[in-house]
Structure formats: structure tokens, C-alpha cells
Ligand binder design. Structure first.
Ligand code: HGY
Ligand code: MN
Ligand code: MN
Length: 414
């Protein structure tokens, strides 16, 4: 195994146990909970070992600076001096948080690889002429507070700080309470210091396996979003209520899930209902309410719109038949992201790597609307993600570090 693969494994093994569920082998690293807070402390310690000062933006995002960090200011920007501190910085990194029982690599691989890429450049005697900044974005998965890419949406102003502050987890804890303060919101001064963002991420599919390549460059992110389907009926006794007398929201919900699956297949799109809440959630009680979340994604915006509208219409039609009431609420949406073509082509040429679209959302998808942004994917032999089965070999992770180091050298060191 190469020296870099050994160094990767050593660093990786420092975080691998953190938040890992012994039963499933998956990770329970929800934003700002104990495991993720431990990872944030690990990140600060690693940055400290490298002499990289860590700044925050008041939204829960962390930034480790190789080169001159900004000073002062409410978040970390420095509007008073307006100084170029950190001007033209190249941002990299990713997120630590996971979906419930998620894989080890989704997020942390981008952060560990960025730290190792800095090590590689330093070992080669390379010094950046513009700062290289490693980010740890908060709540990328939206697994705790329900809005994905919450940290990067706050930084860029794509979500209102008051709305974010009031988001609550399943235990009723607000984001502001978990953060310890109201999030600071948009930080244009800090954002303006970044000339580009490059996020390395484990591939969430098998395209690199099929291409027999360890690393790819991203071309686009499918438009996608989350819609909450709330169905209200009449709670009643499972044993004494005749079938004809029921107003059962579970029946409407079941039909809605089948409709989502069919409408997605008809459009070559993706529809998933992986989360449901039932009240009162008792074996011998007809539910009073059933709430399900639709995750819908498609290659084109109009296909996505058509899919969601078709599912909503079919659910509403079924609700009328079942005597139930339906409310559909969009909780988050990400438009089609087309990464900076010039940057993608430049990196694909530099790395001799294939260029791939993805159906997965990322902080890079949010930042792409605000600064030149690129993504690197690292091969995942199983192609599976958001599951303990997610994987990557140390050799491919090392190849990802080498690729990221070359990109950072290209963007920040000349
Ligand atoms: O849901 C997604 O696509 C991403 O993993 N947050
Ligand atoms: Mn994910
Ligand atoms: Mn991710």
C-alpha cells in the first residue's frame, strides 16, 4: 500500500469509530450532536497540528485556513478594514454529518482528503499564493433539522437566518438552541474572499466502477427537493370500525407511495419515500394522521415539476375517495446545478478524469450559484450510499487526495 494510502488509513481510523452504530455499522452523526461535535473538535485539533487557524461564520460552519485568515467582523469577514485578508482563497472540504445509519465516507472523506492534500503540498515544498481553506459545513444532510445544506444555505443567504433558527429536530430542539445562538446568516464578506470551491466526495453510484477510474469531475447536480405530505383522517378502533366507515390516512398514504414510484418510473426520474410519521402509531388503532416525506429528483427541472405535480394530484384524488385531507408542503428545493464548465473541463484535463453528473445534493450545489465551484468524486466499489454498505478503497482515497492536491496547487499556488 502506498505511503499516502497508509497515512490516509491512519487519519481515517482516528474518526472511524466516532458515531458508528455497533449494530448496523452505519453512522449516527447528526449535526451538533455529541458524535458530530467530537468530529468538529477533531477537525480543530487537526487544523491546529497544521498551524491552520480555524474561523467560524456564526452559522455552525468551520473554516481552517492555510494562509492568511480574515480577522474580526461579526462572522469572520472583516468589513471594517475591508481588507483583502484571505482574498482569492480556494475553498475545499465537505461535511461531517450523516443520514441515520449512513456510510462512513459521505462527507468526512472530503474533509480528511483536504487535510491530507494540504500535507501533500507542504511535503512537496509548495506554498499557496492565495489561502487554501478547508471547510466543515454544518447539517448538509438535513437529517436533524430537515433542511439539507443548511450551513451553506445560511452562509450564502439562501435560507433566512430566522427560519433556520426555528427549525426543530424530532425532540423539539431548535437549530439556534443546538448552535447555542441565533445563526448569523449570510456573510457576503467571507463568501467574497473565496475565488473557488472544490468539494471532494465519495461517488454515490457506480459510474466510476463502470469507467474503471478512481476519480471523476462533476458536471451537474440534478434538480431535487423534499415535499411533506400530511394526511389527516379519523383515528378509530382497529377492531370495531367497519371498513366502509373508515377515513384511513394510511390507505391514502400507501396509494401515494405507489403513485410516486410509478410516476418516477414513467419519467426516468427518482422518487423516494423513506420517512413516515404515524399518529398515534398503535397496532390496534386506525391512524388519525400519516405524514410522509417525498424526495423527488429528475435530470431536468420540468420533469421534476411534472413528477411532483402528478404525485400530488394522484394523492389528492385518492384522499377524496378515502375521505381524508391532504396538505403538501415543499420543505426544500435545489435547482439544476451546472458546475462551472470551464473549471470542470480544466480539472478533467488536469486529472485525465471522466466528467459525471450526479443525483445527489451537496454544499457544492449551493455554493455553485455564488462562486466557481467543482466537485471531485472518488470511486465507491459498491456504488451504495446513505447506507453502511457505502465503501471506498484506501488506494482510491489516496488517488483522491493526489487529485485534490493537484487541483489546489493549480488554483491556489500559481
Ligand atoms: O440527499 C442528498 O442528495 C445529499 O446526500 N444530502
Ligand atoms: Mn449524503
Ligand atoms: Mn454528502
Amino acid at each position: 500500500m502506498s505511503g499516502l494510502a497508509v497515512r490516509f488509513r491512519e487519519l481515517w481510523d482516528e474518526i472511524a469509530p466516532i458515531g458508528r452504530d455497533a449494530h448496523s455499522g452505519g453512522y449516527l452523526r447528526y449535526a451538533l450532536t455529541a458524535p458530530e461535535l467530537r468530529l468538529r473538535e477533531w477537525f480543530r485539533a487537526q487544523a491546529d497540528l497544521r498551524g491552520m487557524p480555524v474561523s467560524g461564520d456564526g452559522n455552525g460552519n468551520l473554516f481552517a485556513w492555510w494562509g492568511e485568515p480574515p480577522t474580526g467582523g461579526p462572522n469572520t469577514g472583516d468589513p471594517d478594514t475591508g481588507g483583502p485578508a484571505g482574498a482569492g482563497a480556494v475553498l475545499t472540504g465537505s461535511h461531517f454529518d450523516s443520514v441515520p445509519h449512513g456510510g462512513a465516507y459521505d462527507g468526512p472523506l472530503g474533509i480528511v482528503s483536504a487535510l491530507l492534500a494540504v500535507d501533500e503540498l507542504r511535503a512537496a515544498g509548495v506554498t499557496p499564493v492565495r489561502p487554501v481553506v478547508v471547510a466543515a459545513f454544518v447539517e448538509e444532510e438535513g437529517a436533524r433539522f430537515g433542511v439539507p445544506c443548511l450551513g451553506s444555505r445560511l452562509l450564502t443567504g439562501e435560507i433566512d437566518a430566522d427560519r433556520a433558527a426555528g427549525l426543530r429536530d424530532a425532540a423539539g430542539v431548535s437549530f439556534a438552541e443546538a448552535l447555542g445562538h441565533r445563526p448569523a446568516g449570510a456573510d457576503p464578506a467571507l463568501l467574497g474572499r473565496f475565488a473557488a470551491f472544490v468539494e471532494l466526495h465519495v461517488e454515490q453510484g457506480r459510474a466510476l466502477v463502470d469507467a474503471d477510474a478512481p476519480v471523476a469531475v462533476a458536471s451537474a447536480i440534478w434538480p431535487h427537493g423534499r415535499w411533506r405530505f400530511e394526511l389527516r383522517g379519523e383515528g378509530n378502533h382497529a377492531g370495531t370500525t367497519r371498513m366502509a366507515d373508515r377515513r384511513d390516512p394510511m390507505l391514502t398514504f400507501a396509494f401515494t407511495v405507489l403513485a410516486a414510484n410509478k410516476e418516477a418510473r414513467l419519467r426516468d426520474a427518482h422518487a423516494t419515500v423513506g420517512r413516515v410519521a404515524v399518529e398515534p402509531n398503535a397496532t390496534n388503532a386506525i391512524p388519525s394522521t400519516v405524514t410522509g416525506w417525498l424526495d423527488a429528483r429528475a435530470a431536468a427541472p420540468e420533469t421534476l415539476d411534472g413528477l411532483v405535480e402528478a404525485v400530488r394530484a394522484k394523492a389528492a384524488e385518492r384522499a377524496r375517495r378515502d375521505g381524508t385531507e391532504l396538505t403538501v408542503t415543499r420543505e426544500s428545493a435545489t435547482p439544476l446545478v451546472t458546475f462551472d464548465g470551464g473549471l470542470a473541463d480544466r480539472l478533467a484535463g488536469l486529472l485525465a478524469a471522466p466528467v459525471l453528473p450526479t443525483g445527489a445534493g451537496h454544499d457544492a450545489g449551493v455554493l455553485a450559484a455564488h462562486l466557481p465551484t467543482a466537485m471531485l468524486f472518488v470511486r465507491n466499489p459498491t456504488g451504495v450510499s446513505h447506507s453502511p454498505a457505502e465503501s471506498a478503497t484506501d488506494a482510491d482515497c489516496a488517488a483522491g487526495v493526489v487529485a485534490l492536491a493537484r487541483v489546489l496547487e493549480e488554483l491556489a499556488c500559481h
